[in-house]
Design a protein around this ligand. Structure first.
Ligand code: AMP
Ligand code: ZN
Length: 486
């Protein structure tokens, strides 16, 4: 099986081979924990979860680091504006530490609700201050830094390939776009590695700057830049060159460009071999923004009667590199699709008896279709995470299952197909489709007997009782099938 991903380094889809046979190091830029995540933020984590799942399905052992940005991410994404955490603290009348803890827990709960796999390392930026300072020191020793009034900066002129990653002339672009940039900086694209706490500001989160890092040997309080955090944590936990780094497309021109510059300047080695970016999700065809109040959180959607797994299914229907669109119509359609899929998965509890065995069922059409689709799922996702295509494959197999109710002989192939769907798409089809109780099963048989005896009153009453217990009855040429009411 070959894996291929779109790589921002080369701007094309490249074959993927890890540095070390059988193992992949993966870094995912994680959330800034100052607010609830909205459905657009979650999209990224659903896609990168799928990446882990498909690497694993290709027999690779994944070691993933996801950071928790709990300090240093400024409102501008650059070097200006307030720290998002300190701002959150003022908004909520708490300390930045309390805000970080609250929204980190909220993020972890959301991950569970969306059935996202836990990364091997969930690293908080505030736990890696020493590693970040060590990286600044390394850059200073190599002459890549300079100090100005508000902090220690990276000199992008000393890193000649700075513009290559984004494929833009960033300096021209930024200097034009951002009229006001700190005039002390040598170039508009230079960025803060470490900022000093302004004299007139009190911060909850700050650390002494070691005297060997400042020009005059002073030790002012300061805090790390957001870009520095990711480089330091990725390199500390995964090594100086990692296999894959992921993030949102908005990370390309600043955050990831800066991560590459400072990491590669420090080590002289490539920082990551593959860079994958997810496109943004729109809501009703427009950008998610505070002013439109359209950044729905998981709680908002749960309150409206949707399961987080409906949200997950909706997101996976779009390719990670295309611009998805969230609407309540789409979410309702996703909910219905998941409901239908669950009812197909429930067929494994009600297989037809295999009498008489008409053919060798191990090679019959349905078994072949299930085996073929099981392989095709892994292959399709291995091709740059083509999730939309997997939905077509699943719908096609499920259509065959509903028109030709499976028998005991199909059970192994059906089980392995469902397991593969769950392993790759994380929709918990097996776990969310328990068998019904013996009592309900008995009632289905009684209803069938009443029907055979043309006792319509009893048959209707039993159907109604089953419905009240959440089980619907459908009569087919292959016999009676039960389904979940909701
Ligand atoms: P923000 O809180 O806006 O800084 O967003 C945090 C991260 O979520 C960003 O780095 C983006 O990559 C991602 N993100 C924000 N908005 C969207 C969106 N509409 N769709 C997908 N990802 C998004
Ligand atoms: Zn990052």
């Amino acid at each position: 099986m070959s894996l291929r991903f779109h790589n921002q380094l080369t701007k094309r889809v490249d074959d993927f081979t890890p540095q070390q046979a059988g193992a992949v190091s993966l870094y995912t830029c994680g959330p800034t924990v100052y607010n609830h995540l909205h459905v657009g933020n979650w999209a990224a984590y659903v896609y990168w979860d799928t990446l882990v799942r498909v690497l694993t399905a290709n027999d690779l052992t994944v070691t993933r680091v996801m950071n928790i940005t709990d300090v240093g991410h400024l409102v501008s994404d650059g070097d200006d504006g307030e720290d998002k955490l300190e701002k959150g603290a003022r908004r909520e009348g708490k300390t930045a530490w309390e805000v970080a803890e609250y929204y980190t827990d909220d993020f972890l709960l959301g991950m569970e609700r969306l059935n996202l796999l836990a990364p091997e390392y969930l690293s908080k930026a505030t736990d890696y201050i020493d590693e970040q300072l060590a990286l600044v020191r390394r850059l200073k020793e190599k002459g890549f830094t300079y100090q100005i009034g508000d902090g220690i900066y990276f000199d992008t002129a000393r890193f000649p390939t700075y513009d290559d990653f984004a494929g833009l002339h960033l300096d021209a672009q930024k200097a034009g776009a951002r009229v006001e940039f700190n005039p002390e900086k040598r170039q508009a694209s230079d960025f803060a590695l470490w900022k000093f706490t302004p004299a007139d500001e009190s911060r909850d989160m700050q650390w002494l700057t070691p005297s060997d890092l400042t020009d005059d040997g002073s030790e002012p309080y300061g805090f790390p830049g957001w870009h520095l955090e990711c480089s330091a944590m990725a390199m500390s936990l995964l090594g100086e060159t990692i296999d894959i780094h992921t993030g949102g497309i908005d990370h390309i021109p600043v955050h990831h460009t800066n991560e590459i510059a400072q990491s590669e300047a420090a080590t002289g080695k490539p920082f990551a071999h593959f860079w994958l970016h997810n496109n943004h999700l729109k809501v009703n065809g427009t950008k998610i923004s505070k002013s439109l109040d359209n950044g729905y959180t998981l709680d908002d959607l749960i309150e409206k009667g949707f399961s987080p797994l409906d949200v997950r299914l909706l997101l996976l229907q779009s390719h990670y590199r295309s611009e998805g669109n969230f609407t309540f119509d789409n979410l309702t359609a996703a909910k219905n699709r998941r409901h239908n899929w669950r009812n197909v998965a429930a067929l494994r509890h009600q297989l037809r008896d295999q009498t008489p065995p008409t053919e060798d069922e191990s090679t019959d059409n349905l078994t072949v279709a299930l085996h073929t689709a099981t392989h095709a799922l892994v292959e399709t996702l291995s091709d740059d995470l083509n999730t939309p295509e997997t939905f077509k494959l699943i719908d096609e197999v499920f259509r065959q299952l509903t028109s030709h109710i499976p028998t005991e002989a199909h059970q192994p192939a059906l089980q392995s197909f469902l397991k593969t769907v769950d392993a790759l798409l994380g929709l918990a089809l097996i776990d969310s489709t328990p068998d019904i109780s013996d009592e309900l099963r008995q009632r289905i048989i009684q209803r069938q007997q009443a029907r055979d005896a043309k006792d319509w009153a009893a048959s209707d009453r039993l159907r109604h009782e089953l419905e009240e217990s959440g089980v619907l009855i459908r009569d087919t040429a292959d016999g009676t099938i039960w389904e979940y009411a909701a």
